[in-house]
Design a protein around this ligand. Structure first.
Ligand code: NAD
Length: 256
């Protein structure tokens, strides 16, 4: 039933977004991949997935720090049955030292872009008579850590906005939910390992277990494939009555 439906996945030339895009295309959805770059390799990645899955998967550039570009992404896609708001950035600093420009960028990309894409996509979903809004929040949408003020604020905001979208579409065949990952092995996380090893004088295994996965009781990273599977489940009929809530994929983080 998902075959031929169109999914827009923001921030999907890497990491979790790419994992979700691959899972969706494998299930027959035509996926719109997105990031702020417009390189040959971005389009080649979409072509490769399209060929592998025989879908009309393609790449559309949009810098989601800009609200007009976020809305234009949805307009340019032309259809949006499933919207996955995944694009996100991080910056770590004490609140008294937090650069104001970083605060603004994190709120714009991690929170406001989801407002703009959702506003543009809902009329399309209503016209099509079906829709799914899936926001990639974080364990930091439910709990806090020091030095991540902008990120925690944005992710809590995403969880709040998800609930509002669910209420505004409650009597329609549209659902809105947030997925809250703990640590997921992505290039973003992989790149933190060498620094962490050096900072604490630890070997790779110890740095992963004691520092990165300190708050993840399973002591294992979630995978982008598992996030893809969770997002795909939310698109099925089994999930039709799941709306306005969060699904944690965090190895027990939020149970602590
Ligand atoms: P990533 O850096 O691999 O992917 C982020 C994506 O967003 C990339 O495709 C990047 O190009 C895109 N992006 C960044 N700025 C953009 C902009 N201005 N316009 C358009 N696209 C932009 O990181 P990831 O780990 O895959 O993170 C994806 C999402 O999952 C983020 O929202 C992140 O907060 C969330 N998340 C990640 C983890 C984790 O452990 N990796 C945990 C919880 C939540």
């Amino acid at each position: 039933a998902l075959k031929g439906k169109t999914a827009i996945v923001t921030g999907s030339n890497s990491g979790i977004g790419l994992g979700i895009a691959r899972s969706f295309a494998a299930a027959g959805l035509d996926v719109v991949l997105n990031s702020f770059t417009d390189r040959d390799e971005d389009h080649a990645l979409a072509k490769e997935i399209a060929a592998e899955t025989r879908t009309k998967t393609r790449y559309i550039k949009a810098d989601l720090s800009n609200g007009d570009e976020a809305r234009a992404l949805v307009e340019q896609a032309g259809a949006c049955d499933v919207l996955v708001n995944n694009a996100g950035i991080q910056h770590v600093a004490g609140i008294d030292e937090f650069p104001a420009a970083k605060w603004d960028a994190i709120i714009a990309i991690n929170l406001s872009s989801a407002f703009h894409t959702t506003a543009a996509a809902l009329p399309m979903m209503r016209k099509a008579g079906w829709g799914r809004v899936i926001n990639i929040a974080s364990a930091h949408g439910l709990t806090a850590s020091p030095f991540k003020s902008a990120y925690v604020a944005a992710k809590h905001g995403v969880v709040g906005m998800t609930k509002v979208v669910a209420l505004e579409t409650a009597e329609e065949p549209i659902t809105a939910n947030a997925i809250c990952p703990g640590y997921v092995m992505t290039p973003l996380v992989e790149s933190q390992i060498p620094d962490t090893m050096e900072k604490y004088g630890m070997d790779r295994e110890t740095a992963i277990r004691e520092v990165l996965l300190q708050r993840q009781p399973s002591k294992e990273f979630a995978t982008t494939d598992q996030l893809g599977g969770t997002a795909l489940f939310l698109c099925t009929d089994h999930a039709a009555q799941i709306t306005g809530t969060t699904i944690s994929v965090d190895g027990g983080w939020t149970a602590l």
